[in-house]
Design a protein around this ligand. Structure first.
Ligand SMILES: Nc1ncnc2c1ncn2[C@@H]1O[C@H](COP(=O)(O)OP(=O)(O)OP(=O)(O)O)[C@@H](O)[C@H]1O
Ligand SMILES: [Mg+2]
Length: 229
């Protein structure tokens, strides 16, 4: 690691607990992690082990109880909530496990949501949105309410939306879970080809051992700790 360039993202001794049925349950214990520009990390672990919690901490959706999250060497929470919200829009693409689409809005409106939050965009951004829509095979569903899509179609829309603003980090929470093998492979090909052009980093939560081959490192989350695989 060069001294001049801090990692894209660092977690330093991060801890997070939740109150579950009245009990204080530690979910993440003393997690430290560096992610370099363009690096892909796979994250595996049993249901309930804390994978989504970890991604939410990285995206600044929730705050750690202890420890710090750094973005390019700067504390994520230094400038209050507005800084993580800004980064989430401009620098990160989050593919949520439950998609988080605006169900009553059309496919196209959902895809444009990050651009609308950013506040301004031009022809180039709209062309990219259209191109992504075609790449995920939803061009014929452009004006369809997203709530009426199938599970796999919702997932593909969520993939396209996460990539629309050319993020430097993609947080992908089981992005292929609702896709058949063939479509999952097609979507992975899309990620791999965009990686070559755009060199985004990614944390990929998944349950398919095969996907580890595309990652630079893989960790297993168990009992609140990360174990290299
Ligand atoms: N906001 C919250 N309040 C209370 N408990 C929570 C909250 N978010 C998550 N939890 C609990 O924390 C634990 C970890 O949840 P998390 O969603 O991170 O697991 P996961 O590894 O993503 O699981 P899955 O593979 O099923 O998606 C679970 O026991 C969950 O019930
Ligand atoms: Mg999860």
């Amino acid at each position: 690691m060069s001294k001049k360039h801090p990692p894209l993202l660092s977690l330093s001794h991060v801890e997070k607990s939740f109150r579950i049925s009245g009990k204080h349950v530690p979910i993440l214990k003393n997690i430290s992690l560096d992610l370099q520009q363009g690096e892909w990390i796979g994250l595996m672990g049993n249901s309930g082990s804390g994978k989504t919690t970890l991604l939410s901490l990285i995206a600044g959706i929730i705050r750690p109880d202890h420890g710090e999250v750094f973005w390019k060497g700067k504390k994520l929470w230094y400038f209050f909530d507005i800084y993580p919200a800004f980064l989430r829009n401009r620098e990160m693409g989050f593919i949520f496990q439950d998609f988080r689409l605006v169900e009553e809005e059309s496919v196209w409106e959902n895809l444009l949501l990050p651009l609308r939050i950013k506040g301004w965009y031009g022809k180039e951004e709209l062309q990219r949105a259209l191109w992504l829509l075609e790449r995920v095979g939803l061009q014929d569903h452009r004006s369809h309410p997203s709530g009426l899509l199938s599970g796999g179609q919702k997932q593909r829309l969520a993939l396209a939306r996460a990539l629309v603003l050319r993020p430097s980090l993609v947080l992908a929470d089981e992005p292929f879970a609702n896709l058949d093998e063939h479509t999952a492979e097609e979507m992975m090909e899309l990620f791999l080809s965009l990686r070559k052009e755009e060199n985004f980093a990614m944390i990929l939560v998944h349950h398919r051992k095969k996907l580890s081959n595309s990652c630079d490192k893989t960790y297993h989350l168990e009992n609140g700790r990360l174990h290299p695989v």
